[in-house]
Design a protein around this ligand. Structure first.
Ligand code: FAD
Ligand code: NAP
Length: 562
């Protein structure tokens, strides 16, 4: 009997350190870790001790015996990884520990952002006695996309925020919420109070398709829709017209799948989650019956992960539709998979698409349709979207061997009332901090921020998370990313490269913050917001009812309402 990792895996890798037989891979030290969809347990090595289960922050690990019809495919998904990376070859190198004898006390670090990357960085720094960490977020609530990105129907994943909670009561940690760096405090002011600043402010903007009609009413970024249904205060007043029957989503990453699922899910089920109240109202009267997810490459190259794709099969009263002809592999992809060069997850991805294409339809009320090898050439309509012209693509190998989509002459108009582009997020600049506008990231070498023009390091400035790497990777990917950045920062401090700040009195920083943002919220204040939201949720049989405007959040912290 073996344990099996299932859908909720967040790659946080806490389980790996607990495993006495090294049967969970890839580890953060292995090259596959950076791009893996999830972690896998080798069924042949697992000794069934359950140590990993206790450590998993999202309850993703179950005993083989406890697999349901829905989760049974994870047996093969876990085992398949070890066909390419057998455990003897995959064995990780022992993790190099930092010099335990170095005295880091007096080190003061500011972290900009309170999302996963920021929190993992803070936890790592605080494991060194004497390090003071000040964390800033522009919103009165912490945890970034865990709160405003992760889908409301994934409460297990959102629970990962609990891992960060104990940090809140550490004397060396101070949270400053509702404080925007670049607005309330400048980059220079942060450096004036700290040896180092770590930028971990994510990538909340969207990317454009660059096709005609993209600015028509009803052509929108999925980033906005996601932030809206998750109650992000910047998006709470948006209106989405759900009176059409068909919505087209461009791009087939996990964000596309989240959006598709929310659009067709049973509203009474969503009403048990922390989805924004106004989103429930809009979804209740929605006339959307079909969501078409359009990928520009084939099923083997789809950007969604197998767990998220597989989960769609279990949506009640929803048919998942794929045309069988769309799942036939092109010669390039077939050769890639058969040669064994492709990751096992790629073979499974192609296989799952074929399986789903072969399923009998349930004649359900709603459907998600997957189309592959198509790109939007134009969004059609006068003022409002009425459809999208999709061009058929063929795959061609680029100079680096990667398979790219190339447009053919064939095209088709697909009528639709809304087009959501789910083609990725994009970072934005903060004043006085280097920024690479082409990539939408803070330029850096292994987390050390560098000047874009010269590539020279900017002393005391670091980056982690999506603003360091670009907008990809799951929550746990940011743990290794943060640890790499912190490693460089500690190295620089130990080598005497970080100048002492002009002002190192914590009280002076706190008074500067209060002067600039009198409404700033500390960890205690956030706890009041959190408990109030949970209590409101309990009254309505929901995980929480979110405040979706900052004034209500500030008011509850002041004790004006509850
Ligand atoms: C829609 C969506 C769903 C996802 N679902 C999952 C999932 O189910 N499972 C999973 O493992 N991963 C999921 N991910 C991926 C995961 O959310 C990211 O890997 C992770 O959140 C990136 O962390 P980050 O800290 O770099 O950025 P973020 O989480 O974006 O955090 C950045 C923080 O910085 C703050 N900030 C921005 N500008 C400033 C400023 N000027 N001053 C101060 N603060 C600022 C923001 O308010 C935010 O709180 C999802 C991503 C998206 C987009
Ligand atoms: N449940 C979860 O675990 C979860 C949920 C949401 C997000 N996330 C993670 O968050 C990260 C971001 O997700 P994401 O969905 O925003 O990004 P993503 O995974 O990078 O997917 C982007 C999609 O957009 C397509 N695309 C890009 N430019 C395009 C263009 N010009 N025309 C047509 N299609 C285009 C891409 O196609 P190509 O592949 O051909 O480039 C891809 O299908 C991912 O790592 C994801 O796994 C995880």
């Amino acid at each position: 009997m073996a344990y099996v990792i299932t859908q909720a895996c967040c790659n946080d890798a806490s389980c790996i350190a607990e495993c006495p037989v090294d049967c969970i891979h890839p580890t953060p030290d292995e090259p596959q870790f950076a791009t893996t969809e999830m972690l896998y347990i080798d069924p042949a090595t697992c000794i069934d001790c359950g140590a990993c289960v206790l450590e998993c922050p999202v309850d993703a690990i179950v005993l083989e015996d406890e697999l349901t019809e829905e989760t049974r495919p994870y047996l093969e998904i876990n085992a398949a990884y070890y066909t390419k990376y057998p455990i003897e070859q995959g064995r990780s190198q022992p993790v190099q520990k930092r010099k335990a004898d170095f005295d880091y006390s007096s080190l003061r670090v500011a972290i900009v952002g309170a999302g996963p990357a920021a929190n993992y960085a803070a936890a790592d720094l605080l494991s060194h006695r004497g390090v003071q960490v000040n964390m800033f977020d522009r919103l009165p609530t912490p945890y970034g996309l865990i709160r405003s990105g992760v889908a409301p129907d994934h409460p297990g994943t959102k629970a990962i925020a609990d891992v960060f909670r104990p940090m809140g009561s550490m004397p060396a940690f101070e949270l400053h919420l509702g404080v925007e760096v670049g607005e309330h405090l400048s980059h220079d002011e942060l450096l004036g109070h700290h040896h180092a600043v770590i930028y971990a402010y994510g990538a909340s903007g969207d990317r454009k398709l660059g096709v005609p009609g993209e600015d028509l009413r009803g052509s929108l970024a999925a980033t906005e829709f996601v932030a809206w249904y998750n109650g992000h205060p910047d998006y709470a007043d948006r209106k989405f017209d759900l009176s059409c029957e068909r919505v087209v989503i461009i791009g087939n990453g996990n964000v596309a799948l989240d959006v598709a699922r929310i659009l067709v899910s049973n509203v009474d089920d969503l009403n048990k989650t922390d989805i924004a109240d106004y989103a429930i109202d809009a979804l209740r009267t929605s006339r959307v019956r079909e969501v078409v997810v359009v990928g520009r490459r084939g099923p083997a190259q789809a950007a969604y992960t197998n767990p998220e794709f597989l989960a769609l099969k279990s949506l009640p009263d929803v048919d998942v539709v794929i045309a069988s002809k769309d799942t036939e592999l092109d010669p390039h992809s077939r050769r890639w998979i058969e040669s064994g060069d492709a990751e096992p997850s790629v073979r499974i991805k192609a296989q799952l698409a074929q399986e789903i294409a072969g399923l009998d339809l349930k004649n359900a009320r709603k459907r998600i349709v997957f189309r592959y090898l198509e790109s939007p050439a134009e969004i059609i309509g006068d003022e409002t979207v009425t459809g999208v012209r999709l061009v058929r693509n063929a795959l061609a190998a680029g100079p680096d061997g990667a398979l790219r989509a190339e447009a053919t002459e064939e095209s088709e108009i697909l009528p639709a009332g809304m087009v959501l582009r789910a083609i990725g997020y994009r970072g934005a600049p903060i004043k006085d901090v280097p920024f690479d506008d082409e990539r939408g990231v803070v330029p850096n070498v292994e987390g050390r921020v560098v000047k874009l023009e010269t590539g020279t390091p900017v002393t005391g400035v670091y980056a982690t998370g999506w603003i360091k790497r670009g907008p990809s990777g799951v929550i746990g990917t940011n743990k290794k990313c943060a640890s790499d950045t912190v490693e460089r920062l500690l190295e620089d401090f130990a080598n005497g490269l970080l100048a002492a700040p002009a002002e190192s009195d914590q009280a002076a920083l706190v008074s500067l913050v209060r002067e600039r943002q009198p409404r700033s919220v500390d960890f205690k204040g956030w706890t009041v917001i959190d408990q109030t939201e949970r209590a409101m949720g309990e009254r309505h049989n929901r995980t929480r009812v979110k405040f979706t405007d900052v004034d209500s959040m500030f008011a509850v912290v002041r004790g004006d309402r509850g």
